[in-house]
Design a protein around this ligand. Structure first.
Ligand code: AMP
Ligand code: MG
Length: 411
């Protein structure tokens, strides 16, 4: 049976990043930049004051000076410091020509002279100050032409701020993948209904849509498909319009597990069915190649058939679907990245498959620790509520003692 790492490799191998397009900067949080951005200006764009105070010229400093004018942020000085005088200046305002230091207002006192003009008395030993005190020079933070954000970077709040500062109202990026989520199963009822005998609520669809959104993609909820060929096929055809179709349920060996055969009938080519993993063994993955149309560049829909048990669905999304979404979005590192953590309690495994066990990771000064939470199996969604990660235990019957190091993937 295919290993998890081979399955992830097969998914990434079948996936290409979406075509870059220009998007409004305000819509790009969490997307990946698809161009290098160089600065088109010096920052700051002019010499400016870092404090509210008085701009002086150190070479012609006296402990008492008349004030030539007041310059607020957003104003441009009209006077130069070419005489025995100072200029009152606010934080962020452009420095007057001739000034080489700013004395904070807290180090001064002001009075009016006989003509009603402001005169400043400096309380500190300003004469000993170095040139440039309380000033930031033009281009000190960034020079015109310097690389600011490199292609492939995730657009976090600080990248958005830096690009906004440079006036990039639109940037080249890759849009959020559109991901259809379709639950299958005759036993399912919508979450606002009371299940009858033998029925359960369709919790997977909502959970999958939340995982899709958290991965940075746009979910398209398609509701519940009955375990009946005509209805299932019709819902599958709707889902195949998206970049990615994620189905829940119907991929096992039961008589009503019609998803693989109906996907095949819809032209979806199977890449794998069954992965050596617990939970999630029946996981199915395939692709549909479509000829591009005039208004669509999408040429391939990725299709994931996830097992219906809720924890299987959740784990398989994290292992296989999220990497595909990250790759579509242009992330260089698309695979899950495990971290090493110390077990807080001994843990015994049984079984022939590597197990991703709901776990709780904690951060400590001497490294992360992890606790496998009580879990009764793939239908036990409550265990995942107590968890913030999954710990990987290799196949085999074994006891891992307290403080053993295990791989953990954060959720
Ligand atoms: P299946 O993979 O279709 O054989 O489903 C396995 C089990 O998962 C079912 O018996 C249900 O108990 C559960 N299940 C299937 N689909 C859902 C769903 N959408 N929401 C919650 N549980 C589900
Ligand atoms: Mg089913």
């Amino acid at each position: 049976m295919l290993s998890v790492s081979d399955a992830i490799a097969a998914v990434l191998n079948a996936t290409s990043p979406l075509v870059p397009e220009s998007l409004p900067l305000a819509e790009t949080l969490g997307l990946v930049l698809a161009e290098d951005i160089h600065s088109n200006t010096d920052l700051p764009p002019f010499d400016k004051s870092l404090v509210d105070g008085f701009a002086i010229r150190l070479s012609s400093f006296q402990s008492e000076l008349p004030v030539l004018e007041i310059v607020s942020a957003g104003q441009v000085p009209t006077r130069q410091l070419d005489q025995l005088a100072c200029i009152q200046i606010m934080t962020g305002a452009q420095l007057p020509i001739g000034a080489d230091a700013v004395v904070p207002i807290e180090h001064t006192s002001q009075r009016s002279d006989a003509n009603g003009k402001m005169v400043v008395t400096f309380s500190s030993n300003v004469a000993t100050w170095r040139s440039g005190t309380n000033i930031i020079r033009r281009g000190a933070a960034l020079k015109c032409g310097e690389l600011v954000v490199i292609s492939g970077s995730e657009l976090r709040p600080q990248e958005l701020g830096a690009l906004a500062e440079l006036g990039h109202a639109n940037v080249l990026t890759r849009r959020r993948p559109r991901v259809a989520a379709l639950a299958t199963g005759d036993e399912l009822v919508p979450i606002d209904q009371t299940p009858g005998p033998g029925q359960i609520r369709n919790s997977n669809e909502l959970m999958l849509c939340a995982q899709i959104r958290r991965a940075g993609a746009d979910p398209i909820p398609l509701g519940i498909a009955r375990d009946e060929r005509v209805h299932l096929r019709e819902r599958i055809e709707a889902g195949l319009q998206a970049d990615v179709l994620v189905l829940s349920g119907g991929v096992s060996m039961g008589e009503k597990d019609l998803v693989p055969s109906e996907l095949a009938a819809a032209g979806v080519r199977q890449v794998f069915h069954k992965v050596n993993v617990k939970p999630g063994k029946p996981a199915w993955f395939g692709v549909l190649d479509k000829s591009p149309t005039a208004n669509s560049q999408v040429s391939r829909t990725l299709v994931f058939g996830l097992p219906g048990n809720p924890v299987s669905s959740m784990v398989c999304f994290e292992l296989f679907v999220r990497p595909a979404l990250r790759h579509l979005m242009g992330y260089a590192a698309a695979e899950p990245t495990p971290i090493k953590a110390r077990l807080t309690q001994a843990h015994t495994t049984k079984g022939d498959r590597p197990t991703y066990h709901p776990a709780h990771i904690e951060w400590h000064p001497n490294g992360p620790t992890v606790t496998a939470v009580p879990w009764v199996g793939s239908s036990d969604l409550r265990a995942t509520v107590a968890a913030n990660s999954m710990a990987l235990f290799p196949a085999g019957d074994q006891t891992y003692e307290t403080s053993s190091i295990v791989d953990v993937i954060a959720w």
